[in-house]
Structures are given as C-alpha cells and as structure tokens.
Design a protein around this ligand. Structure first.
Ligand code: MCN
Length: 804
C-alpha cells in the first residue's frame, strides 16, 4: 500500500472532517485482480449447465433487402438441432427506444428481422443446438429469399434526394433533427468578425472492441418462475426492462445477473437483441441456452460508434476572443435506435456540449441522427465528446494560425478562468469549479521541463517530421436525473441506490445499482465505505450486477459510477455509521456524538479504554438484540439514493508525434495527461483508466476504422483488417493530478472514465498538424492514416511523388 499521490495542488476545504481519512486517496491494489490474474474470473462464456443448448444466428448477407421468405426446414433437420426460431415464430418481438420529442422519429428494432434486412449481419433466425458447432453449421442452412435494394452507405448517400429510406417512416433518412440553439445574431457576427475559421471535421465509424464480445446464458427457473439471464452487460436493469417489454413479461419474472465482464466501453450499455432472443429460446424450450458472440459478429453486427461529421465555423475578434460558433452535426447512427438511449444520444450531446470549456457568446447547433444500412451505434466511450473536443481544439488552432498567435494563448483567452465558476454557458449548462487554466499551464510547463521542444527540433534536424499537440477539455460526469431529463428519454436514467448491511461478524455488504466491468468498483467502493465506517476495505464486499439484489439502478456508463453509485454508497455507509455509533453509545454509556469509528472499533473520543470492536457491536446487534435500545435493534442496515446535478472533471493532454516522410507512418513519442477528477479515490485505478482511455483515443486518431465497400458490405470484419492498438503503438503516458473537489459529489470525486478517450484524438491530430506546419497540409479527420499523409505530401510536392 502506498500513500495518497502527492498531487493536491489546490486547497481542499470541502474535504475536512470524516472525508479526510485513510482510505480515500490510497493506491490500494484492485481487489478484483487476484481472481482475474489467476484465471478465476467467471465470464458468461465460461458458464455451463446440465443440458445446455447453444444459439447461433443466421444473419443477413446483404446490407439492404426485402425478405420474401425464410425456410428453416433444412436447419431444423440438421444433426443436433433442437429448434429454429424466426421473427414470426417468436411473435415479431421488438425493442422500442423512445425520446419524447417531436423531432424524433420512433422506429422499432425487431429482435429478428422479419420483412426487411437493414444491415449486413442483421440476425434473421436463431438456431438452437446441442453444441455450438452444430448450431453454426445449421445456421448456414437457413434459406432466406432476398430482394436486394441499393444500400444507404453514408451520410451523403442517406440525405440525397433519391435515397432509399432505411425505414418507411423516415424522410431524408433522418431519425432525429435537433436545432438546439439558434442565436439570431450570428449572421451579423460572422459578417463583421475580423477572423472566421471553419472546417469539416469527421471521425470514422469504430468498434468499442471489448476483449469479450457480448454473451448471454439464459435459463428458466421453475421454482421462482423466473427467466434468469446471465449477461455480459453494463446495464442489467435495462436488459431486464428491455427483455420484459419485448417478451411481454412482468419485470419480476426476469432476473439479470452479470458475471465478470471483459470490457464494455459503451457497446454493452445498450440492450442487444441477440441476448433477448437467447432468453426467448430458453423460455420456450425450458432448457438453458447460451450465446457467445464471436469476433466477426462483434465487428460486423454488434453496436458501432463515433461516425460523425461536423461542419463548424467560429468567429474570432482581433484579440483572439471567440465571438460566435455554429455547427451542423450529422451522426451516422446505422439502421436502428438502440434501447434505451435512442440514436439521438450522439447529436444531442454534441449539439449541447460543443462549446465545452470555452466562453462562447453566441451559438447555433443543429444535430441530426442519420439512418444508414449499417449496424446501429451505441454510446461508445466519450460518446460525442472526442469529436466535439476535436472540433473546438482544431478551431482554436486555426484561429491562432490566422492571427499568428500562440495557440495555447488563444485557448487561455477563451477558456472559463479561475474565479468564473460556477459558469453558466451559452448552452445553459452550469460548469462547477475546475482547473482549466491551471491544467493547461501545468501541461505546458511539464512539456518544457521534459525537453519535448528540444526533442522535436532534434527529430526535425534528422529529416523527420515531428510535432507537438495539445487539447484542453472538460468531461461532464455523474449527471443525475435532472440533467438527463433534458434529453426527454422515455426511460430517463440518473439516480442510483445503494443498500448496506453489516453481518454478525462485522463484515459489510454493499449492494449497488451500478455495474463495474473493469473500473475497479469492488476496490474503490470499499475504500469509500471503509473510511466512513472506520473498518478495513477488506471487510467490505460489493455486490453488483444482479437485478434481484439491487433496487432499480442504471448501471455503469457515462463516467457516473464513482460520483453517483459511490455517493449513494457513502450516504448509506453514513447511515450505518450512525447506527453503529448509537449502539456503541448505548453499550458504553456515552453520548453518540462522542463516539468515533476508527481502526475497526467504536471509541469514546478522548477515552482510550472506552471502546468496543465493530465486530462485537455487529454480534450484539444480531444475536443479543435485547441489549440495545429498541429503535436500533434487529440488525444493522441502511439504504440511500443519490441523484446529483452532475460535475465536470477536466484535463489537458499533450502529445509528441513523429512522421516518417518516406512512408507517412505516424508514431507516438511522448504523451502527457494533466487530469483533474476532484478527489481521487484510488490513484492507481485512475491512472489505469487514463492510460486505457488514451490508448483508445490514440487508436481512433491513428488506426481504427470500420470500412465498407461501395455496396455497403463491411470489409473490416477481422482483426487483420481492423487495426487495434497494441503496446507497440503506444508510448508511456505521464500523468499528473490536480484535485478540485466537487461540491456536487458526496465524496468530492468527479468521474473520469472517458477522459483519456475524449482528449487523445484532438491531441494527436494537433500534433500531426504541427508536424506538417511548414506545408499547406492539415487534417481535420480521424483516423489519419499513413496513406493520407503520403498522398497529401505528394500533392504538395509533385517532385516527391515522382521520387516515390
Ligand atoms: N475513480 C477514482 N477516483 C475518481 C474517479 C474515478 O478512484 N475521482 C476510479 C473508480 O474506481 C471508478 C473508475 O476510476 O470506478 C472510473 O470512474 P468513473 O469515471 O466513475 O467511471 P465509471 O466507473 O462509471 O465507468 C464508466 C467509464 C466509461 S463511461 C467507459 S465507456 C469505460 C470506462 O469507464 N469502459 C471501460 N472504463 C473502462 N474500463 C474498463 N476496464 N473496461 C471498460 O469497458
């Protein structure tokens, strides 16, 4: 165990009192690592049952086609096959994600395509067999009659006047068209502004690429009359709600249990159709059924993310201050609206949060969700923030270039500064206290001290192209129901609830509606609770991911868990602490206000002999209840909910990249993150989160792209074609913490689980453009591939092309 990271550079009055104890801020090794490193994790694909059946899906080979017939006879007669189900066999079940806005067009996502296939890979039938091989073989025998029609392959094609509509009810293939802000002064501002910069900024469609694909083992429990689903998901309660709605069951008849999850990254925070079909098969056959997604299915037919296009303009004054901002945002959301968030989550977030940390006086943004014949999108890590940060940071750089000014100085002039918090933006959002200016200053200082500029000069002298880039941003985290309700989702997430109890041996069990899947919640929640109860974190067990254990909860996504789930756990622990103090006061004949909980005991303050171990209190509370006053008898337990308004963490990233002028290959040399997520509960875990996120963001900037051919067929369906980052593409990431505690968070912590991913694409892109600063080439898209660089430099210098 090490002590707290020496990083609190800001005064921290809010943390006085019980918050200022031992466990918060400690780099405890993750409790969950031992079982995972020893191969004792329990993943859905590892689970088995007597009489287990296996599911495989027959999928559409075409991106857009009318289904004229489905023949299942051959598949049913294949060896080992127990059943085959089509949409008609299951009664055409569907999921419907709803936004209560006129600008939103509701569309159903059928669990199995019945009359139309809307993307290549869409499930059309499910085969249930005694083993997975027989199921896959038989899935090939499902005979589908197709009437293909031209696929809608992208935003341009989808919005063309002659475009085929992905759903009959759409016009212009538009699922949502949201004019969020529309300042009428903007035309004048742009007409008179000394500087106007603009660009078309695009990000490719990518995969969240969790190590473990989606998976479900479903079984019918006759005793409880319950459909029990073991699902690799981030949102067990929403899987339960979706399943209950789609199959017409009461919610109590469905139980969702989440085993260990091998990553989700947002892909698993929406409800998948295959999992419900697996459950429907188990329900019909009254036998356990398992489905495990393979990599090809994952890349082709799972949820994708981040395919967006921004046409953005910003007007600046001669002093470098931004005067106005406007953006047309189009998100290629694929064929369906994912349950429960809807496909509007990307344009809504983009249009609302684009100004970010900058003071924008006049703003207009229109965000559209465009349907295409591709797999639907899910809110992949960062959702729209990697893109909006990229747009703002590119606009800042462009303005600086036009004004011949220092790009960091332009940022400083425009960002919300110290003394301006809380700041209400042009977007109506209230930004709580952060360290925007300080994190940029510190990043610049660290970059100088570490000799990045000297290294860049040295590399340039060697004939390489080298560049340094920055990005500054905030990350809205832990937002509860009031903020979420602005989106007007029929299912509005936000709050969460924790239950806590102490057993007769003094061990603590916390049950939460959040659902960690790699973020170390078993450790950090234990740290929060242990500190409030004065016990060791090893005495605290977290129970999560079980809809029968926890009250309704909203799972883990949107960097919400430490603020909301951790806040609810802290509140519940505080109530339990109150009970412990009352019990100790009664037994020690002292006042409850004089009792302190520390080192596993309840003590009378100032009297070292008057103490009782917490385990003894727990024993008495359960086994000798008559010794306690009636109002605190009968066990020790409490429940608390938390629904905060939300809080903004912030960061400044810096990168040094090198471009090989011969091949166009781009490599990352240095990476720096100055991060402020308020009170850091566990620095070790936060650093791991930052490094993981940065790696995903670097990959989005340099490697990852799901490609489709002209007919709409996916062509990156294996890891040979879809370039995932490896250690070889990464460099060490230096991390520095600032701590500005949030007053909107029970623990002072702000979320940060997406920050690495949010900042890295803009940072790397700016570094690439800096490396090309002596040319007329610059890029506003990601990923930037070696071929892009090569082609741009060839265009720039035809002689070079000849030489190559
Ligand atoms: N933490 C802390 N102190 C803070 C803030 C966070 O110690 N001040 C620690 C906590 O252990 C917390 C973790 O860092 O669990 C991340 O915190 P938080 O920002 O609350 O995010 P969530 O726990 O809600 O996790 C969601 C976030 C998102 S949105 C994605 S996407 C993502 C991510 O987490 N997917 C992940 N990190 C992931 N990490 C893994 N291994 N796998 C994924 O799928």
């Amino acid at each position: 165990m090490t002590g707290p990271r020496e990083a609190a550079t800001r005064p921290h009055d809010a943390l006085a009192g019980p918050r200022d104890g031992r466990w918060i801020g400690t780099s405890l090794a993750r409790k969950e690592d031992r079982r995972l490193l020893l191969g004792r994790g329990r993943f859905t694909g590892d689970m088995t049952r007597t009489g287990l059946l296996h599911a495989a899906f027959a999928r559409s080979p075409l991106p857009a086609a009318t289904i004229t017939s489905i023949g299942t006879k051959a598949a049913r007669q294949a060896p080992g096959v127990a059943a085959v189900f089509t949409a008609a066999d299951l009664g055409h079940p569907y999921l419907l994600a709803m936004l209560e806005r006129d600008e939103f067009v509701p569309t159903r996502m059928p669990l199995l395509a019945g009359d139309q296939a809307r993307f290549a890979g869409e499930p059309v039938a499910v085969v249930i067999a005694e083993d997975p091989y027989s199921a896959e073989d038989a899935a090939e025998l499902v005979e589908v009659g197709w009437e293909p029609h031209p696929a809608v392959t992208g935003i341009e094609a989808a919005t063309a006047a002659t475009a085929h509509q992905v759903h009959d009810t759409l016009t212009g293939n538009c699922l949502a068209d949201l004019l969020m802000f529309d300042d009428k002064r903007l035309p004048d501002i742009f007409a008179t502004a000394p500087v106007v910069v603009e660009g078309t900024f695009t990000s490719a469609r990518v995969s969240a690429l969790p190590l473990e694909g989606r998976a479900c083992l479903a079984e019918w429990d006759d005793r409880d009359e319950q459909l029990v689903m073991h699902v690799s998901t981030q949102v067990p309660h929403q899987v339960r709600s979706g399943t209950a709605q789609a199959l017409g069951l009461p919610e109590r008849a469905v139980r969702v249990i989440v085993p260990d999850v091998g990553g989700g990254f947002g892909l698993k925070c929406v409800v998948g159709r295959e999992e419900i079909v697996t459950a429907a098969a188990a329900l019909r056959l009254r036998r356990p059924v398992r489905w495990t997604e393979d990599r090809q299915e994952n890349l082709m037919a799972s949820f994708h993310g981040h395919e967006q296009r921004y046409g953005a303009r910003a007007a600046f004054g001669a002093d470098g201050r931004i005067l106005g901002l406007q953006a047309e945002i189009s998100c290629d959301v694929g064929a369906y609206s994912a349950f429960p968030f809807t496909c509007a989550v990307e344009p809504l977030m983009a249009a609302t949060e684009l100004p970010g940390i900058y003071k924008v006086p006049a703003y207009r943004a229109r965000g559209r969700a465009i349907a295409t014949n591709k797999a639907p999108t899910a809110p992949y890590r960062g959702v729209s923030r990697p893109q909006i940060v990229l747009v703002m940071e590119r606009l800042m750089e462009k303005a600086a270039r036009t004004l011949n000014a220092d790009p960091l100085e332009i940022r400083r002039r425009n960002m919300i500064g110290p003394g301006e918090f809380p700041y209400t933006g042009v977007n109506g959002i209230s930004y709580d206290e952060g360290s925007y200016r300080e994190s940029l200053d510190l990043a610049e200082q660290r970059v100088k001290e570490a000799g990045w500029h000297t290294e860049r000069d040295r590399l340039r002298a060697q004939g390489l192209r080298a560049g340094i880039g920055y990005a500054c941003f905030s990350e809205r985290t832990g937002y509860g129901t009031p903020a979420m309700s602005q989106r007007r989702m029929r299912m509005t997430p936000g709050y969460d609830t924790a239950h806590i109890r102490m057993d007769p041996t003094g061990e603590v069990i916390v049950t939460t509606g959040t659902c960690g899947h790699g973020q170390g919640h078993e450790t950090t929640f234990a740290q929060i609770v242990a500190e409030r109860l004065g016990v060791h974190p090893d005495q605290v067990r977290l129970r999560q991911g079980d809809t029968d254990l926890a009250s309704y909860g909203w799972g883990t996504w949107g960097s919400r868990s430490i603020v909301i789930g951790g806040g609810a756990a802290a509140r519940a622990a505080e109530r339990l602490a109150h009970q412990l103090r009352a019990a100790a006061a009664s037994l020690l004949e002292a006042s409850a206000t004089d009792i302190e909980l520390a080192d596993g005991a309840a003590r009378v303050r100032g009297d070292s002999r008057a103490a009782i171990p917490v385990s003894e209190l727990a024993r008495i509370a359960h086994f000798q209840a008559h010794r306690l006053p009636e109002d605190i008898r009968y066990g020790l337990e409490a429940r608390a909910s938390y629904d905060p308004p939300g809080t903004f963490s912030n960061a400044c990233h810096g990168a040094l990249v090198v471009i090989d002028p011969g091949t166009g290959g781009i490599s990352l040399r240095r990476y720096l993150v100055v991060e402020d997520c308020g009170v850091v509960i566990n620095p070790l875990i936060v650093d791991g989160q930052v490094r993981g996120g940065v790696t995903q963001g670097v990959a989005a900037a340099l490697l990852e792209r799901l490609s489709f051919d002209a007919e709409g067929q996916p062509v990156s369906t294996t890891l040979m074609d879809y370039l995932a980052p490896t250690a070889a593409e990464m460099c060490p990431v230096d991390i520095v913490h600032l701590q500005t505690p949030s007053r909107f968070s029970e623990t002072g912590a702000k979320g940060m689980g997406e920050g690495g991913m949010i900042g890295a694409p803009a940072t790397v892109l700016n570094a690439i453009n800096d490396a090309l600063c002596d040319t007329s080439v610059s890029f506003d898209h990601i990923p930037v591939l070696p071929s892009d660089v090569g082609a741009a430099l060839d265009d720039e210098n035809p002689a070079r092309q000849g030489a190559a």
